[in-house]
Design a protein around this ligand. Sequence first.
Ligand code: ZN
Length: 274
Amino acid sequence: MSARSWLLALLLATVAGADPELVDPVVARGVNSDTGADIYVSNRLGCDMTVTLELVEQQNIVTAPPFPCTRTIPGHSEVLFGRIRAAGDGRWNYSYKSFWHYGSLEARHDDSVVYSLPYASGVTMKINQGYHGKLSHTGDNEYATDFSFASGTPVLAAREGVVVSTEERWSRGGATPYFRDRANLVRVRHSDGTIGEYDHFRLNGVEVEEGQTVKRGDLLGYSGATGFATGPHLHFIVYSTYDGHRRHSYPIRFRTAESPAPVELLQDVRYTAP
Ligand SMILES: [Zn+2]
């Protein structure tokens, strides 16, 4: 590279804000033989990932198990996902695509669990966006809640569990698709296998590590506006998955100072942590 192109590359990196590299959590690879291929899928994150493999092209092959096939890959593991073999003599050919989503296929939410508000006792927050919120709580985010956290506010665990993945490298946010996979976050796996995900922490604002057990009320980190966000807030959601395409989010109930009974949180209402 010439001195001039080095300078240009440096300028472009500065203009782009030099975001860290985005890395896929799941990788599928085929180990080929004369009669077919074994497909291995690896999960580089600590949380369960659910993966669906689908054939794009197929000629004279059989797969075991039959494709499309969906499986949950435990954290930091690689599994033999499936085998593709020639069905008979002659030419054979295949190609496949993999799709993935965070969370487990087997997990089901324990609806008897009542959550703690994810902020300190005596603090009041407004619900900026509730379940089915028109701004962004549709589809995979159907049962998410946005709390009105100002930047730098302590985020506390709403339910006990094990921290299974964290991200705190991102520095920016915005309401464009570019930012969808670029939020600082914490994922906590609960005893029923569901994941509680806390999003939009500030840069280097995560205070827990993967593998750590957290109790309710433990500090997870400090809020911010990284990822798909128009301003500082906390997005919280509990989910498992249907398959590699779609996530299954759950309506949950919280303990609040306003009511003796557990409640589902409503948009535009303020709640104080007891
Ligand atoms: Zn949200």
